[in-house]
Design a protein around this ligand. Structure first.
Ligand SMILES: [Zn+2]
Length: 421
């Protein structure tokens, strides 16, 4: 059995190719998500600790200028420059067609910090005045302000996380420099909405009474972590308080997401066999099953071998019950467990072996599943999950901001962030 090796040099080449050459055509439909793609690319190189050695100061300044170009005059950032029709043509009547976007605003701010910018050109007050307008009466956040200042898009926990994250980045510990009375978001309503999304099994769903999902679970705990970091620490939500029923059931749900069901490619002979029976045979099948006695039905159940040392070697994570492992869920679950202080509960060796021997790609980057080509999202999240486990060659990373500790330190060093402390 070959050793699991993190192929750092190939990952550096993969992320540099994504930064400096054209992305594959499959990304065309993601043009409006450019801010997110920029975040994966630049944060990936920062995680690999080569952002400053493999790009020039001029290149980094160019990236910073592009991000500020995506800033909307009334506060917040667009996801790409495609909707910008120029400041001289922008009026109150047409600005709803070039709106700031909640997730893009969060990613723009984090990228600026990654690049070493001091956020001095960010329209901080305008952005913080825009943010409460994005909150709905039920406490959740939307994505953009449409015509007539209607909150549009989203409504699930993703936007709650980016709303709380943007507040964390721009409000700072004491709200210094915001003396003009900039209204805050409704924190209590946001917390109440998040709490209402916990499903019966302990995981978090996109909304009340929906199915628990690891991505939404990460966003819920990310939002609560951002809120908690700015609070005086007196009142913690039960979901992030060890010992509470909500916390304990959530941890149990997260840990049970680790799975040895990897969805590896089936034997191609079986597929060929299936094809030969192609056609509408539903009726035959129903009849055949109905004719079987209970004992015969049980005998027909597939044989499931018990786990062995061999099958337990690779253990990735899924995002919902009864799903196969997927690289990004190694991130969503381990990041959440890290925020909850429970990362040691997982089988770290199994996760590492799954990522490095099953989804790490020959040309660098990580695919979604076994044998799949690399993409930016899975490549970044695969590395971050390894970074939580202390993988050699990767910088340490903050699970809520999803960026290096150096990035968090840059934020905390800004004169207005710590305030009077
Ligand atoms: Zn995935």
């Amino acid at each position: 059995m070959s050793e699991a090796v993190f192929t750092k040099e190939r990952h550096i080449k993969y992320f540099l190719r994504c930064l400096k050459t054209f992305l594959p055509d499959l990304y065309t439909s993601n043009d409006s998500n450019r801010m997110l793609l920029a975040f994966f690319t630049l944060s990936g190189l920062d995680l690999l600790d080569v952002l400053e050695s493999k790009t020039t100061p001029e290149e980094r300044q160019g990236y910073i200028d592009w991000i500020y170009h995506c800033q909307v005059p009334s506060g917040g950032f667009r996801g790409f420059s495609g909707t910008d029709f120029g400041s001289e043509r922008r009026t109150q009547d047409n600005e709803a067609w070039d709106p700031a976007n909640v997730p893009s605003t969060f990613f723009a701010l984090v990228i600026l910090l990654i690049l070493g910018d001091d956020l001095s050109r960010v329209k901080r007050v305008e952005c913080l005045k825009w943010l409460p307008k994005m909150q709905r009466p039920d406490g959740s956040f939307g994505e953009v302000l449409g015509p007539g200042d209607n909150v549009e898009g989203g409504g699930d926990l993703r936007f709650c996380c980016f709303g709380a994250g943007t507040r964390y980045l721009l409000r700072g510990k004491s709200g210094a420099g915001l003396e003009e009375g900039v209204e805050d978001i409704d924190v209590e309503k946001l917390v109440a909405f998040i709490e209402s999304c916990q499903a019966y099994d302990g995981g978090m769903a996109e909304g009340p009474f929906c199915e628990a999902h690891s991505g939404h679970t990460y966003c819920a705990i990310g939002a609560l972590t951002f809120l908690d970091r700015l609070s005086s620490g007196s009142k913690k939500a039960p979901l992030i308080t060890p010992g509470s029923e909500q916390y304990e059931s959530l941890v149990r749900w997260l840990v049970t997401r680790q799975t040895t069901e990897l969805g590896e490619e089936e034997d191609s002979d079986e597929d060929a066999d299936d094809e030969s029976h192609n056609g509408d045979n539903t009726q035959d099948l129903t009849k055949a099953v109905a004719e079987l006695s209970l004992d015969e039905s049980i005998d027909k159940l597939p044989h499931l071998p018990p786990p062995s040392d061999e099958t337990l070697r690779w253990a990735g994570f899924n995002g919902r019950c009864n799903k196969y492992a997927d690289t990004c869920y190694s991130f969503w679950n381990t990041a959440t467990l890290d925020m909850l202080g429970k990362l040691p509960l997982i089988d770290a060796a199994g996760n590492r072996q799954y990522l490095l021997q099953k989804t790490q790609h020959f040309v660098g980057g990580f695919g979604k599943g076994v044998g799949e080509p690399p993409d930016l999202l899975h490549s970044y999240f695969g590395m971050v999950s390894l970074a939580f486990q202390g993988e050699q060659g990767l910088n340490r990373i903050d699970p809520a901001l999803c960026a290096t500790h150096r990035t968090v330190q840059r934020l905390h060093a800004l004169p207005w962030w710590q305030g009077m402390e």
